[in-house]
Design a protein around this ligand. Sequence first.
Ligand code: SF4
Ligand code: SF4
Length: 85
Amino acid sequence: MSQVRRQRLAMSKPTEGAAGKTGTWRVFKPVVDKEKCNACGLCEMYCPDNAIDADLTVDLAYCKGCGICANECPKKAIEMVREEK
Ligand code: SF4
Ligand code: SF4
């Protein structure tokens, strides 16, 4: 399904906090299957780190790999895959 650009909600953007960026400790990362995705934006809304932008691109510099986005996706379009080290 084609992606539609949605207006970004009034949320803060991720910035480098006291603990810095995520670094290398993340074990799983989300991968979006754009064929399944209907661009509903729920993943963007639920991400506690606001690491998913309006184009549904995950900023892996800030993503913690919590899996909430994958859990909340109604289309099961996000798979958590193990990081290559
Ligand atoms: S895995 Fe967690 S931190 Fe990463 S994009 Fe999904 S909800 Fe956000
Ligand atoms: S929650 Fe799932 S279907 Fe909705 S925008 Fe995110 S990846 Fe796409």
